[in-house]
Ligand binder design. Structure first.
Ligand code: G6P
Length: 610
């Protein structure tokens, strides 16, 4: 989704703005642009396409300035073309970059047109530029003009604005979309996420909802929603710019797949003592809340939703608590019945997904016992809005297709399920055995990574396919869904997942020699059932690929495609372990098909609009 970078310094900031945009490319976008205060006034360069296209443009028509804003746009209102690319300007005086959506832009546009403003773009953003220019022209300085305009804007936004009349100043504000201030000596910055600024600073202020930041070369002042000066804490970023480099790997996705053993180990570290989980890891008051919990409602989107679906099996199976899992965009607009003492759990890698955040906010008025976030970004909106949180420690995930975020979510959710189970009467010996099993997860994932070469060969069989079917039962059904999602996201092959028992109720009609069927078959209590489903496919001549534990592979029906054997592992950790070959499969198929693995077409990493 869109990215913002802004800078005020005593040096030319073009390189900082461009490197910031590059660091935000992973979010997904389709045009890019920059606006600077130069010795000629306010100048812009914008282009459809990638940041490298913008760089090429700046190579032929250079710009230089000490104050500037830059943007990567993921089109919502208006086509992804150069005209609609940000920064959007008003009367050569004001330039604005904007993430989010202004819902009342049509009425504002009509009002501004009546006041004589001509619109150059189809964007909702242009109303912001003109409204600020209007206030500015009436004598308000940039800060006052932005504050004057904010109450007129309905919707979710983060913006950064510069004025030709005020060099050395960038004003930013946020409502519903993230924005951070980066602090350095004699130069200050704004960005939609800290990755953009890691080469220039590690010191950040995370703006709170409704905050306005007045960013100048030597100072930063923050005002809260009511306009009062606000003292926000300065946070130190834990990771360096290196953490977001690809290193020896060809793609971020491959790097992130290989980081999983460490990321999972980091997620478990300090959270277990011997063979029990430390309740304190969920936050203050968690012990009492988890004991009071009588039911769990999970909401999430995309890959995080699949992690939630796995967690349901654990929460109902181990803690014996009813657990409902729902896609956030559905939940938020549905009238739902909340049972007493229900714990609301949101799962999100970014912590900024608009639908998940909105669902969380709406849940707060519905009488839940408490809200708990399972999230990868500590300062994110979802964590800040939640009563309790459990951080996954995957580190920055850059590839749009989520990998290490997912398996660390599974690790964190198994901690939650086991902790709930401990409060709700699980047999202590079983509990301890499962905690010990969880500790083996990083090693088991590492062992699964050794299949890389074999999966790369297998991928060749998928290159020319149009469709694929993924089958699983129990906790492996959501893993099959995740495998199908990975394949369609990055290789653009149509893939569907089915609960294996459902095969005969429809999808079996699709099975012929052309249809690859991938069955996820760990050694669990559903294995015998799954074997029958595999037979159903085999009997129809389907091209069958079975992922199975080494223990059971030899007893499997002979696959007329291929059998991939994984090292044996326990039932609790099997979902994360069996995810790895599916991630690798999607990755290698996409590479062979020549798609943009890290930034697949039309998709965004962090979906901060509805
Ligand atoms: C986007 C990403 C997915 C992600 C989903 C939810 O669609 O492309 O990879 O699973 O958003 O994101 P979240 O940050 O809330 O986990």
């Amino acid at each position: 989704m869109c990215g913002i970078v802004g800078a005020a310094a005593r040096r030319d900031v073009v390189d900082t703005l461009i490197s910031g945009l590059k660091a935000l490319e992973y979010r997904g976008y389709d045009s890019a642009g920059v606006a600077l205060l130069t010795d000629k006034g306010l100048e812009r360069q914008r282009t459809k396409g990638k940041v490298r296209d913008l760089e090429a443009l700046l190579g032929t028509a250079p710009l230089a300035g000490f104050t500037g804003i830059a943007h990567t746009r993921w089109a919502t209102h208006g086509a992804p073309n150069t005209t609609n690319a940000h920064p959007v300007a008003s009367r050569d005086t004001i330039a604005v970059v904007h993430n989010g959506i202004i819902e009342n832009h049509e009425s504002l546009r009509a009002e501004l047109q009546a006041a004589g403003y001509e619109f150059a773009t189809q964007t909702d953003t242009e109303v912001i530029a003109h409204l600020i220019e209007q206030a500015h022209a009436r004598g308000m300085d940039l800060l006052a003009a932005v504050r004057h305009v904010i109450p007129r804007l309905h919707g979710a936004f983060a913006i950064a604005v510069i004025s030709r009349n005020e060099p050395g100043r960038v004003v930013g504000t946020r409502r519903g979309s993230p924005l951070v201030v980066g602090l350095a000596d004699g130069e200050q910055f704004l960005a939609s996420d800290i990755h953009a600024l890691l080469p220039v600073t590690r010191r950040f202020i995370y703006l709170a909802e409704g905050d306005v930041a007045d960013v100048k070369i030597d100072s930063v002042a923050i005002y809260d929603e009511a306009g009062a000066p606000a003292d926000r804490p300065v946070k130190q970023a834990h990771f360096s710019a290196d953490a977001v480099e690809r290193g020896e790997f060809r793609h971020y996705m491959l790097k992130e797949i290989h980081e999983q053993p460490q990321a999972i180990a980091d997620t478990l570290e300090g959270r277990l003592s011997g063979s029990h989980i430390l309740t304190e890891i969920f936050g203050v008051g968690a012990k009492e809340l988890l004991s009071r919990t009588r039911a769990v409602q999970i909401i999430a989107c995309g890959t995080s939703f699949h992690a939630g679906l796995v967690a349901r099996y654990w929460i109902e199976g181990l803690a014996k608590l009813p657990c409902n899992v729902e896609i956030a965009s559905e939940y938020r607009y549905r009238e739902c019945v909340v049972q007493p003492d229900t714990l609301f759990v949101s799962i999100s890698q970014s912590g900024e997904t608009a639908d998940t955040l909105a669902a969380l906010k709406s849940a707060k008025a519905k009488g839940y016992l408490a809200t708990l976030a399972v999230c990868n970004v500590p300062e994110s909106s979802i964590v800040r809005e939640s009563d309790l949180s459990l951080m996954t420690r995957a580190g920055p995930e850059i590839g749009v297709a989520s990998t290490k975020a997912f398996t660390t979510q599974l690790a964190a959710l198994s901690l939650l399920a086991l902790e709930l189970a401990r409060h709700h009467g699980i047999d202590p010996q079983r509990y301890e055995a499962l905690v010990r099993q969880l500790q083996t997860l990083p090693g088991a994932v590492n062992a699964a990574l050794a299949l890389d070469g074999e999966i790369r060969q297998l991928a060749e069989r998928f290159v020319s396919k149009q469709h694929a079917l993924f089958l699983g039962r129990g906790t492996q059904f959501p893993i099959a869904m995740e495998g199908a999602l990975k394949l369609k996201e990055i290789s653009y092959i149509h893939a569907e997942a089915y609960a294996a028992g459902e095969l005969k109720h429809g999808p079996l009609a699709l099975v012929d020699e052309e249809m690859p069927v991938i069955a996820v078959a760990p050694n669990d209590h559903l294995l015998e059932k799954l074997k029958s489903n595999i037979e159903e496919v085999r009997a129809r001549g389907g091209e069958l690929y079975v992922l199975a534990d080494a223990d059971v592979a030899q007893h499997m029906p002979h696959a007329n495609g291929k059998m991939i054997t994984l090292p044996p592992c326990g039932e609790l950790i099997a979902p994360a372990v069996f995810t790895v070959p599916l991630q690798l499969l999607a990755y290698h198929v996409a590479v062979l098909r020549g798609t943009d693995v890290d930034q697949p077409r039309n998709l965004a990493k962090s979906v901060t609009v509805e």
